[in-house]
Design a protein around this ligand. Structure first.
Ligand code: PHE
Length: 344
């Protein structure tokens, strides 16, 4: 038995010599130090050893086990440190390497303006009308008739409208004012809504005009709404959007669906009011039309004009953006040149 133990020990020691990594060490431990190892089996056989030999054999077995365990642990510490180091070196990160370029998207300047204006009007108590009240493909009834354009009225030619072949009287809306009538048609006052969207007019495209552009419509209908409310709200809007220092003027105007009607001009930022090509030499640029809702429009949607009154406005998103950032050509918004878009 003693010889057997020594033999196992020598075999184990020579194997241990040749072990070079944690995986081999693991196998070694399974063979020599596990519960199914030869040494363990010998320990189990101690009951068959004669009583006088037992102490000697027992302590030899323990001694050999302990020695092998110690040696294996030393190897373990060695290999563990070595393998950890190798792993760290292999995964080393060079923080000085240049990073990969990830291009960043941006919100289009027109969308930024719409968001900004919507926020201002929400602050003033308006909410956005439902999308179903603001279709871009529209019937003449909502684009013109219910807005008090008489059938053969020259005002219908005021805007050169795109007619579609989808059906008779189907147009690409020429103004967001369709949202006014559609909202009023199935909403009881008080109504206090805005409605941003695209509009289409058959224009000769130039630095100032595009055949697709954006408007934000506004409508406030309640008992006792007066022109002074219109002035207050729109003055406040201009002040919040441009800041207090930008000169503006109210100019009387005409729209079939408002009476009285006004337009607001903002001083041209390109020339500071001196006159330049952008403002056709006038020093001013029109940014919105507005007025008190015509009683005929209210009647057309079954709102009693003797009880209710209201004001409406429609503003040009491109114009407002151009005037804020001194952009002198409306076409820049639609070319999608990233060098332009990146600046906002
Ligand atoms: N719809 C008019 C336009 O496009 C603007 C407007 C809106 C005027 C609402 C008065 C009231 O020019």
């Amino acid at each position: 038995m003693e010889a057997k133990i020594i033999e196992i020990k020598n075999k184990a020691l020579s194997e241990l010599e040749n072990i070079n990594n944690l995986k081999e060490l693991e196998e070694f431990k399974n063979t020599y130090l596990s519960r199914s190892s030869e040494l363990t089996n010998l320990k189990k056989g101690m009951k068959d050893v004669s009583p006088e030999d037992r102490p000697k054999i027992g302590s030899l077995l323990n001694e050999v086990s302990r020695e092998l365990e110690n040696l294996a642990f030393q190897k373990y510490e060695l290999f563990y440190a070595k393998e950890l180091n190798e792993k760290l070196n292999a995964e080393i990160i060079d923080v000085t390497l240049p990073s990969t370029f990830i291009p960043r998207g941006k919100v289009h300047p027109l969308t930024q303006t719409v968001n900004e204006i919507v926020e201002i009007f929400e602050h003033l108590g308006f909410s956005i009308t439902e999308a179903k009240n603001s279709p871009e493909v529209e019937v003449e009834k909502y684009n013109f008739d219910l807005l008090n354009f008489p059938p053969e009225h020259p005002a219908k030619d005021m805007q050169d409208t795109f007619y579609t072949e989808v059906g008779k009287n189907v147009v690409l809306r020429s103004q967001t004012s369709n949202a006014q009538v559609r909202t009023m048609e199935h909403t009881n006052p008080p109504i206090k809504v805005i409605s941003p969207g695209r509009v289409y007019r058959s224009e000769n495209v130039s630095a100032r005009k595009n055949d697709l552009f954006h408007q934000i419509e506004g409508l406030y209908v309640d008992k006792g709404v007066k022109f002074s409310h219109l002035k207050g709200v729109l003055n406040e809007f201009i002040r919040l959007y441009f800041g207090a220092s930008r000169p503006i003027r109210f100019r009387s105007s005409y729209f079939p669906f408002t009476e009285p009607s006004v337009e607001i001009d903002v001083q041209c930022i390109m020339c500071g009011g001196k006159g330049c090509p952008t403002c056709s030499g006038t020093g001013w640029l029109e940014v919105l039309g507005a007025g008190m809702v015509d009683p005929n429009v209210l009647k057309g949607v079954d709102i009693d004009p003797d009880v209710y009154s209201g004001f409406a406005f429609g503003m040009g998103v491109e114009r407002l953006t151009m005037l804020k950032y001194a952009i002198d050509d409306i076409r820049l918004f639609f070319n999608n040149d990233v060098r332009f878009l990146k600046q906002f």
